[in-house]
Design a protein around this ligand. Structure first.
Ligand code: PMP
Length: 297
């Protein structure tokens, strides 16, 4: 917390932090994967770059550089001695001051939280619905920033979906095109071509999305970023979510329509297996994406 290692029970903030009242925080979700007593953090630098960019969008006086944050993440995992799969949650937030709505005058604080995490979705294929909530538009809130306040949009959508018995929500953008899940990007496969909504469809520019685009292209698949209509979902051969927490998770049903034959399709399975190996350091070609926690210094 703010540069100090603090025991879990003492890692507390005051009720007057601005972030609690107005959602003035930007954060990241990063995974570290265990392999042979080592932990590999996946695309650490890219996540921290996005964190610093999120802080820039919301005009925080952020004193932290990517390099400082990178050292702090490694130090925090080491201090805990973890050797299992972990989730890493750095957060930069506006501190004590409940009366100001001017980001420039708010004190900026930072914390890095690490805890063990295995699977996020406990199902092999998800049943999703198109949400009655639209993904927030860039003209009102910046979906490009991974900002805490944005997640009220995700929480409304995800809660509604789960209350109706679905596993997750899929949100449309303000033009009515497919945007993304509550906390995941979306890919559609049709005739072996992958499509994913463009940045202009109010998505968070996911790092897993970028990973999928690269590894699918390397496998010889055509990948296009383009607007996707709702009804294209219903006739897709395969659909899957991508995300740090979600990894690559097949979607087997949308709004009561079965996708493909109702199980993970061949393209999704292939990419999912490859991703599983890449993050664990088993694919030498993608090693530059990994930061080893214990072997790095
Ligand atoms: N969209 C939203 C709204 C998210 O919260 C996430 C998770 N960070 C993603 C997409 C996927 O992003 P990434 O692959 O970088 O985890």
């Amino acid at each position: 917390m703010d540069g100090e290692l603090v025991p879990w029970e003492q890692a507390k903030v005051h009720v007057t932090v601005n972030a609690l009242h107005y959602g003035t925080a930007v954060f990241e979700g990063i995974r570290g994967y265990s392999q042979n007593e080592e932990i590999y953090v996946f695309r650490l630098r890219d996540h921290l770059k996005r964190l610093v960019e999120s802080a820039k969008i919301v005009m925080f006086n952020n004193p932290y550089t990517v390099e400082q944050l990178q050292d702090a993440v490694i130090k925090t995992i080491r201090a805990n001695g973890y050797r299992s799969n972990v989730y890493i949650r750095p957060i930069i937030y506006a501190g004590e001051n409940i009366m100001s709505l001017n980001a420039r005058e708010l004190p900026i604080r930072a914390s890095i939280i690490v805890f063990p995490l295995e699977k996020f979705f406990d199902k092999t294929g998800l049943r999703v619905c198109v949400s009655s909530w639209r993904r927030l538009p860039d003209t009102s809130m910046p979906p490009r920033a991974k900002a805490a306040a944005n997640y009220l949009n995700s929480i409304l959508a995800s809660t509604e979906a789960k209350m109706m018995g679905y596993d997750e929500a899929l949100l449309l953008d303000h033009q009515g095109y497919v945007s993304e899940g509550a906390g995941e990007n979306l890919f559609l496969v049709k005739n072996e071509v992958l499509a994913t909504p463009p940045i202009s469809s109010s998505i968070l520019e996911g790092i897993t999305r970028d990973t999928v685009i690269k590894i699918a292209s390397d496998q010889g698949f055509r990948v296009v970023e383009r607007q996707i209509s709702r009804t294209e979902l219903y006739t897709a051969d395969e659909l899957f979510f991508s995300g740090t927490a979600a990894e690559i998770t097949p979607i087997v049903e949308v709004d009561g329509r079965r996708i493909g034959d109702g199980a993970a399709g061949p393209v999704t399975s292939k990419l999912s297996k490859l991703y599983h190996n890449i993050v664990r350091g088993l694919e030498p070609r993608y090693k530059e994406w990994l930061t080893p926690v214990y072997g790095s210094k």
